[in-house]
Design a protein around this ligand. Structure first.
Ligand SMILES: [Zn+2]
Length: 327
């Protein structure tokens, strides 16, 4: 089997070369949207396969591959964020991996394996382990049972406990070269790949997600508003934009402010190249200290996205502040 994505080819071969004696705790680190999760899954599948190909990759035919592909391999566990239902009946994704999930994984690795081969625990996103969960896991990472492999996946490895990081063999995955990413996007039928890569900060899977979703239209609507601060009405826009997906809105606003700063400080637009004209004009006009303050605030807001108190009010306050950048 070839690598899950073409830009992961070298990393994938390096991993496969270790299949006979794999790292017992592997940390796959790198920016989001580069395919770390897919690589981790392919690695787990390769380790569990009972008739691997000469290069070490999974055969895709044996019973173990079949179980893995249908989600039922008894020697595999995925530890990830779970959906939770609130008292009001709302379902949302948990913001942390909880301690009972980690304990379950710890219990699992103490059992003997069902099959004769490896046992694999995949933790993704590992930076979402809460402190208690991380500590529970640390105990087994220090002395993993025989034939047990932990694979941790993280966009933000600095958020992991240093003691966890130090137990892991770290494999860094960087952004692919732009032309390689653009070619891959073209092969997936995505037009305008270069523009989308600029928007996504060079991460091909995010660029593909942009292309596949309604987010591009939402983004355009928001940016057309932000491009004309003198005509912007915070009250009605706040009402209208509360319908925009919170994560989308945050990303769009964050990159827009980033572009204004880039114009101010370096004279060029980084992300929203299709809005280069208004950004260049507004960037020159904006007050630097107010802009820095709003950008910092926006970065902090990213962490509290899951719990907006009052979305409309929050947006209106933001828009008023935004308008003052250009007083
Ligand atoms: Zn197989």
């Amino acid at each position: 089997m070839s690598a899950p994505y073409p830009w992961l080819g070298t990393t994938w071969q390096r991993l496969l070369a270790t299949r006979a004696r794999p790292a017992q705790a592997l940390l796959l680190a790198g920016p989001r949207g580069v395919g770390k999760g897919a690589l981790a899954l392919a690695w787990a599948r390769a380790l569990l396969c009972e008739a691997p190909l000469p290069d070490g990759a999974a055969c895709g035919q044996c019973p173990a591959c079949h179980w893995f592909d249908t989600g039922g391999h008894p020697d595999y566990r995925l530890v990830t964020l779970q959906e939770k239902t609130s008292k009001e009946g709302e379902t949302r994704m948990a913001t942390a991996i909880e301690v009972d999930q980690a304990r379950e994984a710890v219990d699992f690795v103490q059992l003997s394996t069902y099959r004769a081969g490896f046992r694999v625990v995949l933790v993704d996103p590992a930076d979402s382990l809460n402190l208690a969960a991380a500590n529970a896991l640390l105990k087994v990472l220090e002395e993993p049972p025989l034939n047990t492999v932990f694979v941790l996946v993280s966009d933000q490895p600095r958020r992991l406990l240093p003691t966890i990081r130090s137990r892991c063999t770290r494999l860094d995955i960087g952004l692919p070269p732009l032309d390689e990413a653009a070619q891959w996007l073209a092969e997936q039928g995505v037009a305008d790949g270069m523009n989308l890569l600029a928007l996504s900060g060079g991460t091909p899977l995010d660029a593909q997600r942009w292309a596949d979703s309604d987010e591009l239209d939402e983004r355009r609507g928001v940016l057309e508003g932000l491009a004309r601060p003198e005509q912007l009405d915070p009250v009605s826009l706040g009402e209208r934009w509360k319908a925009v997906n919170a994560q989308t809105w945050h990303n769009v606003a964050y990159k827009w402010l980033g572009d204004l700063l880039a114009v101010k400080l370096q004279g060029n637009v980084r992300f929203n190249r299709d809005f280069a004209e208004p950004l260049t004009r507004l960037g020159k006009q904006a007050d630097l200290s107010k802009l820095l303050q709003l950008a910092r605030q926006q970065a902090n807001e990213g962490r509290t996205l899951a719990h907006p108190l009052n979305r409309t009010l929050q947006l209106q306050a933001w828009l008023i502040q935004y308008r003052h950048l250009f007083d």
